[in-house]
Design a protein around this ligand. Sequence first.
Ligand code: 5GP
Length: 346
Amino acid sequence: MRIEQDMKLDFKDVLIRPKRSTLTSRSEVDISRDFVFLHSQRKYHGIPIIAANMDVTGTFQMAHALARHKLSAALHKHYGDAELLAFFAEDPVPPAAFYSMGITRPDYDKFVRIMKLAGNTIQHVCVDVANGYTKAFIGFIHKLRNAYPEITIMAGNVVTGEMTEELILDGVDIVKVGIGPGSVCTTRKMSGVGYPQLSAIIECADAAHGLHGLICADGGCTSPGDLAKAFGAGADFVMLGGMLAGHDECASDIVEVDGVRKMRFYGMSSREAMEKYAGGVAAYRASEGKEVLLDYRGPVENTLQDILGGVRSACTYVGARTLKELSKRTTFIRVSQQLNEVFGAS
Ligand code: 5GP
C-alpha cells in the first residue's frame, strides 16, 4: 500500500484569478479551435464541446442542434445500422459527429459493417470504456488503428499521465479523461476508485501535449464556470452529459412531478440503462450509475448561450483573445473548504 501525498483538486476547489486585460467585450473573444489530429491528420475547426455518448444526450437531434453553433456530439452506441447510415449519409454530416462504440466483438463488427456502407463519411469515432487501463482496451485500439489509419480516434477513460501517453503512442488522437466525476456516476461510491477531475485534466493534458496529442475532459462540469476551468487546466475538448440533459433534443420523456415538468437522466452503467439494453444487471457486477430527474429546460439553444457566454466571459477576465490562450493565461487560486461550502466555488 502507498499513499500519494500530493494535493489533487476538483473544479470546486479552485477559482480563476482575474488578470489585466485589454479586451472590452466578450464579443471580441473567439472560442473556436483549430486542430490537426496527430494520427488521422484530419483538420478540425469548431467549438470543442461535445455532447456525451449517453443515450439521453448523444442523439441525432442534439448533434444537429449543436452543429448550428459548431459544437459536436458523440452519438450513443445503441442506434441501429439503418439509423446510423441515414445520419452519416446526410449532406453535410454534422461536423465532427463521433460514432461511438465499446470494445466487444459485436461492437467492432457493427462498426466494420457500417464503415463499409457509409464510406469515409464517418471520420471520428469514440471508443468508450469505463476503465481504460485494461489490456483488452489497448488491444482494441491497436486493432482499430491498424484497420483504419485515417479515422480520428477519441478513446478512454483514463486519469493519469502515463496512461494518456500510452494511448497516444498506441494511436489515439484524443484521450478521454475522467473516472468518477460524472453527474450520474456512482463509481467513486461503489468502488472507491477515482481521481479529482481538475488534477486529472492538468496531468493528462500535460502528458498529451508533450506528444502532440489532445485530451477531452469528460464529466463533472455542472456550470459554465467549470468548462472555463477545464479549458484553463489544459483540456482541448470538454464533454458534457448532465448540462445538456433535460432538453427537447434529448431522448427522454417529460414527466410531471408535483406540477413541475422533469426529464429522466441516467448513467450508462445504471440499473436503468442495463435493464433497457442488457436485460438487467449481471450477477457479478453492481451498477455504477444512477438515475436523476432534472428540470425540463426546453430547447438546448438557451443553455448553449449560457455555456458559450460563460466561457467567453472567463476569457475576457484573464485577457485571452482566443480559447487557445485561456490555459496560458490561467492561474488557479485554491479556495478554502469553508468558503467553498458557503459560497460554492463551482
Ligand atoms: P456529466 O457531464 O453528466 O457530469 O458526465 C458525463 C460522463 O459521465 C459521461 O461522458 C461518461 O463518461 C460518464 N458516465 C455516464 N454514465 C455513467 C455511469 O453509469 N457510470 C459512470 N461511472 N460514469 C458514467
